[in-house]
Design a protein around this ligand. Structure first.
Ligand code: GLU
Length: 432
């Protein structure tokens, strides 16, 4: 990528342009607009680490607190070599918007460490997480800023953070992070929440358009926590999942994947999806001819002839280079920021419906809010109750975004941004 491309695909620059476009359509106080263009606080820390072999390395860590007008800063921590300040700023901003779109009482935050956690041992990962926690401890807390899992982070990592936070501050504070394991104060359904939430949003939109999901074909890029649960729930609802991919490649099964569970098991065994052709619960290479399946790359998956395509991996998956080739009628953005501005314009021109990330993937933070609420009240809700609350919240948010989009004659993304910016404005204390 040359410098121009990097600048163009810079997520923070994109976030700013999205914000300015939405602000133009509202009459919010220019001072508030300026506040939203500038994160409240950014923190960069260095995290020196002794490796298992005795060598030493230093990693860069980040936490961005974008805005807290509607409540404590809230958003994930990701461990990925691509993590940097501009990415964290954009992701924190998208959290501010997302939390306002689904109406949870949080602002936006995000952060992470520039590291490939797959190269670390479990002990190194724990030491890295604890050292990072010590560095950000002064600016997080249940009423201040509440981290959660994101790319390559999970419940175990959240437990280390909560534990280290308690050691540093001398006060146990379960609600300092969400996405914890159930035994450690986590909520039922948090693991499934992002995928399940996305399936609710999609089904609500289809119902509004009087479209039957039965046999609609779906291709999903990304088979981490989000892609996996989305695949499971859509399959259960009658959609035909024809393609799945992870960072190392994927499978295309035009007749539809019979069992997502079988593919999941196969991936666990092989360490990758490629080659996991499954008939019923039997996965092997010879099935390839029986069911007409083939391997595909994680780029090709986005341009398959399907009804719905789902980017559920990282930013900038759909760019001006592949947007023209997209054949689906609906793009369900389960990753954060998967579509560049140029690609967004191309998709709109082609009449493709883009269900924006700030709505589609908000199920995760919605259940994070339920977890935070349970922790504060010392309660533990049943899974069925969590799912019922999640459904209501996602349905309401989707309904609002669809009606704003109709009323204001704007895309679903713009409608989501307008809704969020106006909600933030109405929560703000006017400044002289
Ligand atoms: N990392 C998730 C997101 O991007 C969840 C954040 C949270 O639960 O706070 O929405």
């Amino acid at each position: 990528m040359n410098t121009k491309d990097i600048q163009k695909n810079n997520p923070w620059q994109r976030a700013l342009r999205q914000l300015r476009a939405a602000v133009k359509r509202t009459n919010i106080d220019p001072l508030l607009a300026l506040q939203l263009e500038n994160p409240d606080r950014v923190m960069e820390v260095s995290v020196p680490l002794r490796m298992d072999d005795g060598s030493v390395r230093v990693f860069q860590g980040f936490r961005v607190q974008h805005n807290n007008i509607r409540g404590p800063y809230k958003g994930g921590l990701r461990y990925h070599p691509q993590v940097d300040m501009d990415e964290a700023k954009a992701l924190a901003f998208w959290m501010t918007i997302k939390n306002a779109v689904v109406g949870v009482p949080f602002g936006g935050g995000k952060g992470g460490i520039a590291v490939n956690p797959k190269e670390l041992s479990l002990e190194e990962l724990e030491r890295l997480t604890r050292e990072f926690t010590r560095k950000i401890a002064p600016i997080i807390g249940p009423d201040v800023d509440v981290p959660a899992p994101d790319v390559n982070t999970n419940g175990k990592i959240m437990t280390w953070i909560a534990d280290e936070y308690a050691r540093v501050t001398g006060a146990a504070a379960t609600a300092v992070v969400t996405g914890k394991p159930i035994g450690q104060g986590g909520s039922e359904g948090r693991t499934e929440a992002t995928g399940l939430g996305g399936s609710y949003v999609l089904q609500y939109l289809l119902k509004k358009r009087k479209l039957d999901p039965k046999n609609m074909t779906v291709a999903i890029q990304g088979f981490g926590n989000v892609g996996l649960y989305l695949a499971r729930y859509l399959h259960e609802a009658g959609f035909k999942i024809v393609a799945l991919s992870d960072s190392r490649g994927g499978i295309y099964v035009p007749k539809g994947i019979e069992s997502i569970g079988a593919v999941e098991k196969c991936k666990e065994k092989k360490g990758m999806l490629a080659g996991c052709y499954c008939v019923g619960s039997v996965c092997d290479v010879s099935n390839k001819d029986v069911i007409g399946a083939r391997e595909i790359s994680s780029d090709e998956i986005l341009t398959l002839p399907v009804d719905i395509v789902v980017p559920a991996a990282l930013e900038n998956a759909i760019t001006e280079k592949n947007a023209k080739k997209i054949k689906a009628n609906i793009v369900l953005e389960m990753a954060n920021g998967p579509t560049t501005l140029e690609a967004d314009a191309i998709l709109e021109k082609k009449g493709i419906t883009v269900i924006p990330d700030v709505l589609a993937n908000a199920g995760g933070v919605a259940v994070s809010y339920f977890e935070w609420e349970q922790n504060r009240k010392n309660e533990h809700w049943k899974k069925a109750d969590v799912f019922a609350r999640l459904k209501k919240l996602m349905d309401d948010a989707t309904d609002t975004v669809i009606s704003v989009s109709k009323k204001r004659k704007v895309s679903l993304r713009e409608a989501a941004y307008i809704t969020a910016v106006e909600r933030i404005a109405s929560s703000a204390t006017p400044k002289p």
